[in-house]
Design a protein around this ligand. Structure first.
Ligand code: SF4
Ligand code: SF4
Ligand code: SF4
Length: 302
């Protein structure tokens, strides 16, 4: 059987040539060997740009927002976390299912690109799994129109972690005293550059206008200081509460290495405790725990 990469190119060529889709969204090799950024291909002659390697990290679902007002149909490759991002966008009514053709890939887990940058290409085969892939529970896409198969690729679910694995770092912070926790989070968020990379890659951050771009609103200023940075961190975490698909993209792209998933997972853990176990981005018909209200909901805090 041909490799996943060969199948990607073949299917992209067929879909573009037949006119079934106007564009194929996948990954290509960039300037650096340890990065495979997104590729947007409209010409069948260009499909050989597509790659499938251990650095195809970017969650492609987010890019569909750039085309949500287009009438064109797109094809997009989805590994496990991309597929959950697609469901996130469907649940948020940001995309229409019939306008995207989903080509699934069972993900074997991807490699840590920062380690790649440090260790060099000679050590490529020895690179560890990326942190987000070590805790991944759904490496196989949960939604697709067709699935590419390759006997040489890791089987479905091979890197799936247990439900509790993802709360290990969160539990360590929970075990701290309040002063220690405050020091932990301020030490990290004092480094925050407010670059918004974490927001920009996040499939759950899909508001038409983000609160952090409304500089005149008075909600949050542009200064980089402790109070503004903490407000940013907590507000973003709450805005994705119940909707975060745990793809780990926010933490992966943070240039300051802030453990954003520890905060996201704390909220996921609390939601599971309050409303029962729930994993976002698995069922397009499911209502997120914080996605509805009843008139008799408790409101002592208001
Ligand atoms: S988070 Fe899961 S699906 Fe996404 S790249 Fe890592 S192993 Fe693959
Ligand atoms: S990516 Fe990191 S540094 Fe940039 S805004 Fe987010 S938390 Fe701050
Ligand atoms: S908050 Fe982070 S882990 Fe959650 S959906 Fe957004 S990018 Fe993914």
């Amino acid at each position: 059987m041909s490799t996943i990469q060969e199948q990607m190119r073949t299917r992209a060529r067929e879909l573009l040539t037949s006119g079934e889709v106007k564009m194929v969204v996948g990954w290509e090799k960039g300037a650096l060997w340890y990065m495979s950024p997104p590729a947007f291909i409209t010409d069948p002659a260009e499909v050989d740009r597509l790659v499938w390697d251990e650095f195809c990290h970017n969650n492609l679902a987010k890019y569909l927002l750039d085309y949500k007002f287009s009438d064109d149909r797109l094809a997009i490759f989805v590994k496990g976390c991309d597929a959950r991002g697609i469901i996130r966008l469907l649940q948020d009514k940001q995309i229409e299912r019939e306008k995207v053709y989903l080509i699934g890939i069972n993900c074997p887990g991807l490699k840590d690109e920062r380690q790649g940058a440090v260790l060099g290409e000679d050590k490529r085969a020895e690179l560890p799994l990326a942190a987000r892939c070590q805790g991944c529970r759904h490496p196989a896409p949960v939604v697709y129109d067709e699935l590419l198969q390759d006997e040489g690729t890791a089987a479905k679910g091979e890197v799936a972690a247990t439900a509790e694995d993802r709360f290990t770092a969160t539990a360590e912070v929970e075990a701290m005293s309040p002063d220690e926790r405050y020091a932990f989070w301020t030490n990290h968020y004092d480094r925050c550059l407010r670059c918004y990379a974490c927001r920009n890659v996040c499939p759950a951050c899909n508001c038409r206008e983000c609160i952090f771009d409304r500089s005149q609103s008075g909600w949050c200023g542009k200064q980089m200081n402790r109070s503004e940075n903490m407000f940013f961190a907590i507000t973003r975490a709450m805005h994705v509460a119940g909707r975060c698909i745990e793809c780990g993209e926010c933490e992966r792209v943070c240039p300051e290495g802030i453990p954003i998933m520890t905060l996201n997972n704390k909220i996921i853990k609390e939601i599971n405790t309050l409303f029962g176990d729930y994993e976002a981005g698995l069922d397009p018909e499911a209502m997120p725990p914080l996605g509805k209200y009843k008139l008799d909901d408790p409101e002592e805090f208001l």
